[in-house]
Design a protein around this ligand. Structure first.
Ligand SMILES: C[S@@+](CC[C@H](N)C(=O)[O-])C[C@H]1O[C@@H](n2cnc3c(N)ncnc32)[C@H](O)[C@@H]1O
Length: 287
């Protein structure tokens, strides 16, 4: 496995480059991606007046959901590494329309505590497996929670239960330029939390207790728009930056390459059904 400093720099560069695609598709991500965090949101049961942190908030859709749930009198802080996404989140969900909402651009691994701590709860959708040093990131989360605070997170399991995830990249890759390095072994990436014993080890070392890790399978429903769905999935993944730097003809070939590999998830006239297998993780902190 590469050195942590190299992995951290690689992660920061990846998300800085991925940000324009995530911003462009933010509304679709909010609607189609909702099932990816629903179990964690249900378990968390945010209450009026609570202070909640959303780690890896992207363009802020889930932070806005949390802000609505803790109103009146609560606070929802969305934290993300990608400054462009945080700027987009502030624009999409301004605090005069979403009282108590705030966004912070920072790396969760290198903060002592998150500004606004202590929090009653932390929510994180599809982010913890991407951390270069997950123990450091989870330790920041633990330090930012009050004693008795709760964590609810989701992360992908492995590729076999998320077969659509690599499809867009594989279909686009022959038509675009060089892709960033793909993760090896336990290196940060979509499937680096596949092994639950490793997840338990990381959270225990970070100081969490009462850890539960349950498999949870959902289906993402996307409209029957092959070109738009292909572009959405290319732009969210590792081929996104290379795709944006490709000629319009190359981009069209990349979209048809991705659409071909995504065809098995499509029911013409109905739309796409993307099976997403994740771990639903909960934990608490005592001090
Ligand atoms: C897969 S996206 C998920 C975004 C959002 N939670 C969602 O489900 O739509 C992962 C997010 O985590 C952020 N991220 C990655 N590493 C991070 C870190 N070390 N600290 C804070 N945010 C990080 C990325 O910038 C990105 O927005």
């Amino acid at each position: 496995m590469a050195d942590t400093a190299i992995l951290r720099a690689r992660n920061a560069e990846f998300w800085a480059q991925a940000a324009p695609g995530w911003i462009r598709h933010a509304d679709r991500q909010d609607t189609v991606g909702r099932p990816l965090g629903a179990a964690a949101m249900d378990w968390l049961r945010p209450q009026s007046g609570e202070r909640i942190l959303d780690v890896g908030c992207g363009c802020g859709g889930t932070t806005a959901e949390l802000a609505a749930a803790v109103a009146p009198g609560g606070a929802a802080v969305g934290l993300d590494l990608a400054e462009l996404m945080v700027a987009a989140a502030r624009e999409r969900f301004p605090d005069d329309r979403y009282p108590g909402i705030r966004f912070v651009a920072a790396d969760i691994e290198t903060l002592g505590v998150v500004p606004g701590a202590p929090f009653d709860a932390v929510y994180s959708r599809m982010t913890l497996m991407l951390l270069a040093d997950p123990v450091a990131g989870c330790a920041t989360i633990r330090r930012s929670l009050r004693p008795g605070g709760r964590l609810a997170a989701t992360v992908f399991r492995d590729g076999s239960v998320n077969p659509w995830l690599p499809a867009a990249m594989l279909g686009a890759a022959p038509h675009v330029g060089v892709l960033p390095p793909l993760p090896l072994g336990d290196e940060p990436g979509p499937f680096s939390f596949a092994e639950p014993a490793r997840v338990t080890r990381i959270l225990t070392t970070a100081g969490f207790e009462a850890i539960t890790i349950q498999p949870h399978d959902v289906t993402l429903h996307a409209p029957d728009e092959p070109d738009a769905v292909a572009e959405w999935l290319i732009e969210l993944g590792p081929a996104g930056a290379a795709y944006r730097n490709t000629s319009p003809t190359g981009q069209a070939s990349a979209r048809s390459g991705a659409a071909r590999l995504l065809e098995r998830f499509r029911q013409p006239g109905t739309g796409y059904r993307l099976p997403a297998g994740h771990w639903f993780i909960t934990a608490v902190t005592t001090g």
